[in-house]
Design a protein around this ligand. Structure first.
Ligand code: PLP
Length: 410
């Protein structure tokens, strides 16, 4: 059997596997040390009571003749798709039909699978630093050329750094697809309506598809910042939007997400003929996916009840307070923290220009705090470091103090 050479030639391991390996090695050699994990973007608060109740009731219903469900619709039950539209889109003046919303098991799977709709030689652009999944999935499909000196030869990268205030400069060359993650992982930064409009206008002029990952939209804390790209005029022609219940409602272990593909979004066949991406995704999903389990979709729908919304708000506020602790701790230091206001991530410059991995090892060994090295998200993350607000308040405070103490010793 011939293997997929593109996977076989991928650089190193997935970022979080490398972090886990270093932490486990440290723990093995230093038993009993109390580690604080501020690295991986996993939530810590449990499912809220009304959501857990809906989840378990639906599971019990599955054990009855009347309530049993077999395979569901590939794109999700209508009750969930309608609840998504009614709550996440209609109040913002965005009209969507239920068959433009595809319920799935994760924004990770959707944002990595969407490239199956692209031609083999499609040219891809990502911001840098970037959530690694967009790059890896295109690399595995053989679309990114060769990896040399830390770069892919066929990948357009748009730097988002402290120097340009995290606003990407649009590429000169035409690209087929641009991945945007807002609020951003890893930097925690956002773009306002006008900045997003510039990108949408450019995408319309160039027939570039925008894959808009809004996994962190629940953290947006005012109306100045769009929570959906479709709030921007014209975006329905050029953007697909990936959303998730993971960070919104604590579903990282429960697994439920959705992707919106408006019927207006079109791509081209080699002969120039236009085709609907919605139709292609429907075709692809019908062959590759058998839907999300019924109890999980009932639990996801419960996030939209009055009780569910109130509980979720409390949880998000809890994480926001953690982010505030981190921002306050590092403001006025050479770390120049950003993010943390509309996102659960705070992005720091490393002290004394250390590399992200050196700072990672330094914090692990001296104060047992685990963060994420910026360069794990691409070259643009060099000399930066990400801390998450997903821990407990107590641990967040303790970690902030430990990191500050460690820095004072440098
Ligand atoms: N998109 C971004 C930008 C993320 O940071 C993450 C998780 O960290 C995901 C998607 C994954 O979402 P899900 O749990 O729905 O697969």
């Amino acid at each position: 059997m011939q293997v997929n050479p593109y996977i076989a030639q991928m650089p190193a391991g997935y970022l979080f596997s490398e972090i886990a390996a270093r932490v486990s090695d440290y723990e093995g050699k230093n038993p009993g040390k109390s580690l604080i994990r501020m690295g991986i973007g996993d939530v810590t608060r449990p499912l809220s009571p009304s959501i857990a109740k809906a989840f378990s009731q639906a599971a019990l219903d599955m054990g009855t003749e009347a309530g049993f469900k077999g395979y569901g619709p590939d794109g999700g039950y209508l009750f969930l798709r309608e609840a998504i539209i009614r709550n996440d889109y209609q109040p913002r003046g965005i009209h969507l039909d239920p068959d433009e919303v595809f319920v799935s098991d994760g924004a990770k799977s959707d944002s990595s699978s969407i490239q199956e709709l692209f031609s083999d030689d499609a040219l891809i652009a990502v911001t840098d630093p970037v959530y690694p999944v967009y790059v890896d999935s295109n690399a595995m499909a053989g679309r990114l050329g060769v990896y040399e000196n830390g770069r892919w030869s066929r990948l357009v990268t748009l730097k988002v750094t402290h120097d340009n205030h995290f606003v990407p400069q649009l590429p000169r060359e035409r690209v087929d697809a641009l991945y945007l993650c807002l609020p951003n992982n890893p930097t925690g930064t956002v773009l306002n309506r006008a900045q997003l409009k510039t990108i949408v206008d450019w995408a319309r002029e160039n027939e570039t598809l925008i894959i808009y990952d809004a996994a962190y939209k629940a953290f947006i804390s005012n109306d100045e910042i769009p929570s959906s790209i479709y709030e921007v005029e014209g975006a329905k022609e050029v953007a697909v939007e990936c959303c998730s219940f993971s960070k919104t409602a604590g579903f990282t272990g429960t697994r439920c997400a959705y992707t919106v593909i408006p019927k207006e979004v079109k791509g081209r066949m080699p002969n120039g003929e236009k085709v609907s991406l919605n139709a292609l995704w429907k075709r692809r999903t019908g062959s590759k996916f058998n839907g999300v389990s019924y109890p999980v979709q009932v639990a996801a729908a419960a996030t939209y009840t009055e009780e569910g919304k109130k509980e979720i708000r409390e949880t998000i506020d809890y994480y926001r307070a953690n982010a505030r602790v981190l921002l306050d701790a590092f403001s006025g230091t050479e770390c120049d923290p950003v993010g943390g206001v509309h996102a659960p991530y705070v992005w720091l410059k490393t002290p004394k220009g250390m590399s992200g991995w050196d700072f990672f090892d330094f914090l692990l060994k001296t104060v047992q705090v685990v963060g994420t090295p910026g360069e794990g998200f691409g070259e643009g993350g060099n000399n930066c470091f990400r801390l998450t607000a997903f821990s407990t308040l107590e641990k967040t405070k303790e970690a902030a103090q430990r990191v500050k103490d460690a820095m004072s010793r440098l």
